[in-house]
Design a protein around this ligand. Structure first.
Ligand code: HEC
Ligand code: HEC
Length: 361
């Protein structure tokens, strides 16, 4: 090999040095470029808002803290003589319309086509999803709406007649017996008289103002129409046997005597359970949003029933029962939409007064 003189050697070194610099700059740019590609949100597929589909997807495995009630394990039903009846009851709650809906196989068209589960989520087992945790332990009980002591059959039929705007079941029917067996089984570990943590609805803060249906309409159209439709009529399956998305108002919705027609109940349901996928642990609505949307939904048309015999003791009407007469000076509008704080104060005053005028034994 030919010897390099010092000039030639310098030149080679210089050439090598500049090549290295050029290569490093290249490499560095490449790294930057790939890094950019990986992190660039535009390169990722446009992500649809996460939408769970009914029935199939449950919201992320309920992280039931040990304090919250949970349903008994179905595996324990093996060998139970009531197993079939209990599972039939569960199916009736989850797929009510397949039995009593538009083409139901037990008694078609005897309800509006909704499922009990539409409002009592996960067949009445979801924490704060209007579950049945407290029913077995607290019924029979006095209920002010009917002014009488009610057993589970009566309470179930109330929802058939009001929430499902349909016909009551015969108490001795196989279906009523199965529904009751299922509800009792769900609550079998609950101490008599107790309401376990997580049962029914989670409470929601009262507003200082009236709930606003105008604001509610705007929110509804932003967050709820994808599924429940702008018309509020929901969406049936193609064979019309059941709802994919149940109706919120209109001919096939719950009637004015139903529990959800009280705005506080509807707001609590929405606050911790809607849009689909929301739970009490990962709610998507604020208190205000829930109240306003509830005000909008319950301003729309829905079936009427005769409720003149409800709340025979007028003083026992709940603060947000929207139909007079009332024992306080507030009108129907304020009872329906609020603000409720003065109504509730007045109610407490009256109750205390009543207690103090009751003669002592
Ligand atoms: C449109 C919604 C809706 C539907 C559908 C519905 N319910 Fe209800 N149900 C409610 C609401 C709201 C309450 C609570 C009312 C209250 O607390 O004032 C309730 C309460 C109950 C209770 C009493 C719970 C307790 O802890 O006291 C039972 C039992 C019940 N429903 C059974 C049923 C059955 C069975 C069906 C199906 C045949 C059904 N519900 C369908 C909304 C509904
Ligand atoms: C991704 C679809 C989806 C969206 C969005 C959605 N819901 Fe629902 N909603 C459902 C389904 C499905 C059910 C029935 C749940 C079941 O049966 O498990 C339901 C049930 C209900 C119910 C009780 C049943 C009834 O029909 O009366 C109410 C009330 C309700 N939704 C209100 C709302 C409100 C208010 C919003 C907007 C904040 C909303 N939903 C957004 C799918 C949706």
């Amino acid at each position: 090999m030919k010897e390099l003189n010092s000039e030639q050697f310098k030149a080679v070194v210089n050439a090598l040095r500049s090549t290295t610099i050029v290569l490093s700059v290249w490499l560095f740019s490449l790294i930057l470029f790939f890094g950019y590609l990986l992190s660039n949100p535009l390169k990722k597929e446009k992500k649809e808002p996460e939408v769970a589909s009914p029935g199939t997807t449950k919201p992320a495995e309920p992280k039931n803290t040990p304090n919250f009630w949970h349903a008994p394990d179905k595996a324990n039903l093996e060998g139970d003589p009531d197993k079939d009846q209990i599972l039939y009851g569960e199916d009736l709650i989850a797929h009510t319309s397949l039995y009593f809906g538009p083409i139901g196989k037990v008694k078609a068209k005897s309800t509006n086509g909704m499922n009990c589960q539409n409002c009592h989520l996960d067949a009445g087992t979801r924490v704060f999803g209007n579950n049945y945790a407290a029913v077995a332990a607290t019924y029979p009980k006095y209920r002010a709406r009917s002014g009488s002591k009610e057993n589970i059959h009566k309470r179930v039929n109330d929802c058939f007649e009001r929430s499902l705007n349909g016909k009551a079941l015969d108490t001795n029917s196989k279906e009523m017996q199965a529904i009751t067996a299922y509800i009792k089984w769900l609550g079998r570990d609950v101490e008599k008289g107790k309401k376990p943590e997580g049962s029914g609805f989670k409470d929601i803060a009262l507003l200082d103002r009236a709930a606003d249906p105008v604001q509610g309409k705007i929110l509804y159209e932003e967050k709820c129409t994808v599924c429940h439709q702008k018309s509020g009529e929901g969406q049936l399956t193609p064979d019309k046997s059941t709802y994919v998305y149940p109706p919120l108002w209109g001919k096939y919705s719950y009637n004015v005597g139903a529990g959800l027609y009280r705005i506080s109940n509807l707001a609590k349901y929405i606050r911790y359970n809607m849009p689909l996928g929301a739970t009490h642990e990962s709610p998507q609505m604020s208190d205000e949003e829930a109240w306003d949307i509830a005000a909008y939904i319950n301003s729309m048309n829905r079936p009427k029933i005769d409720i003149s015999k409800d709340w025979s003791k007028i003083a026992e009407k709940p603060f947000d029962h929207p139909f007079g007469p009332f024992v306080d000076p507030f009108n129907e509008e304020q009872h329906k939409f609020g603000p409720y704080k003065l109504i509730i104060e007045e109610k407490k005053k009256k109750e205390n007064a009543e207690i103090s005028i009751t003669p002592r034994a």
